[in-house]
Design a protein around this ligand. Structure first.
Ligand code: G3I
Length: 348
């Protein structure tokens, strides 16, 4: 266990007492559901789900009472939905779209232009023409199938390096500087009513190389008429790192000023294990502040959790030694982070 300084100990004790008070308040009868709170605050409150989640009664119950949007964590990724160039696997996405409609939820698509999880045939593309044709066909086929049923899409994902230059991917390499224009224009043509989003990590702060590069790129895209409607900040956070609320708010406001909305689109807050009082309080703080920012910034209003419980989480695979990133534990018990998030969401 970490050593507590006097200040940290006070902060941790205070946070745990106030979260406990909130838990008691929420447990009292008559509290509106998180989904109702989000609706009332004009917010998207969403959850990334696996294909099997819609068949798991416990998860379904939580989804229905908590979230007004779902996003496929993996089911729409290229290799999953189109494992071979001429073979489409629609079953998981069709079922998710039906589930969302039946439960009056919105559904977000994730994702088309990405460097990961592409079918092998994508990596054997040789020319700009081939790449434009395949990417356009991919986007058009999916968005036409779900036209009017899927409300928003991460059209492109993770296009930046940490220094703000564009990542060397098969799409950028073959198509060239207008690779994003090609993707976003194809998406707009396929479903003019869907919201089109550029998604990335480490782009949430104004004043960082990647954050500023993303802002400048979107500004240029807008100036040349490319239909980009929103940016998504993934926000896979680490509890122990400093959290710069002002830099996130500043970033949201500058995008909002040019008519581009922001979303916190893959939120989880990992901690260096084991959990203790200090990192629990840090984790609570990040969840609460993110929800409060999303609630109070007119240019944001959207927070999507990347998974519900620590069971089956992607974090321990990707970050050995880290975990406990979600708001429910492995036994589907609500964690202090749950109540912290609800506090930020409701403002109470
Ligand atoms: O379903 C198979 C299973 O049958 C097999 O036994 C097992 C063996 O490794 O793999 C399972 O598939 C894994 C899948 O997650 C389902 O859990 C894949 O290997 C694994 O690569 C995949 O990881 C996903 C990762 O993206 C790569 O696509 C994570 O679930 C998903 O959370 C993660 O999400 C990404 C976002 O799309 C973009 N932003 C970053 C974020 C986290 O990496």
């Amino acid at each position: 266990m970490k050593r507590l300084t006097a200040t940290n100990a006070f902060r941790a004790a205070f946070a745990i007492v106030s979260i406990a008070a909130l838990a008691t308040a929420l447990a009292s009868c008559g509290s509106p559901s998180p989904r109702k709170i989000a609706d009332r605050n004009g917010m998207v409150f969403g959850l990334a789900i696996k294909a099997g989640d819609i068949y798991t009664p416990e998860t379904v119950k939580i989804m229905k009472s908590h979230f007004n949007l779902i996003v496929p964590e993996d089911s729409m990724k290229w290799v999953n939905i189109r494992p071979k160039k001429d073979f489409w696997n629609w079953s998981d996405m069709d079922a998710m779209v039906d589930f969302a409609e039946k439960n009056r939820m919105r559904i977000k698509g994730h994702t088309f232009l990405w460097q990961d999880q592409n079918g092998p045939y994508v990596h054997s593309l040789k020319t700009r023409e081939e790449a434009v044709e395949l990417l356009t066909d991919h986007i058009t086929t999916i968005m036409t199938r779900y036209k009017g049923r899927i409300s928003e899409y991460d059209v492109a994902n993770e296009v930046f390096n940490e220094d703000g230059t564009l990542r060397d991917t098969i799409w950028y390499r073959l198509i060239g500087d207008d690779f994003l224009d090609v993707a976003f224009k194809a998406a707009r043509a396929a479903d003019p009513d869907a919201k089109l989003i550029l998604c990335d990590y480490n782009t949430e702060y104004a004043g960082t190389a990647k954050g500023d590069a993303s802002y400048e790129l979107v500004k240029e895209m807008k100036a040349r008429g490319v239909p980009v409607d929103g940016v998504a900040f993934q926000l896979h956070c680490m509890a122990e790192l400093p959290f710069n609320e002002e830099a996130i708010r500043e970033n949201i406001r500058r995008f909002h000023a040019m008519g581009v909305s922001c979303s916190f689109s893959e939120v989880d807050v990992r901690v260096k294990l084991p959990l203790d009082e200090v990192n629990t309080a840090q984790q609570n703080n990040v969840y609460e502040r993110l929800a409060a920012i999303a609630r109070t910034e007119p240019g944001a209003k959207s927070l999507i959790l990347w998974g519900l419980s620590d069971k089956g989480s992607w974090i321990p695979r990707a970050f050995p030694g880290f975990g406990s990133a979600n708001i429910f534990d492995k036994d589907m018990k609500k964690k202090p982070a749950y109540y912290a998030l609800m506090k930020g969401l409701s403002g109470k």
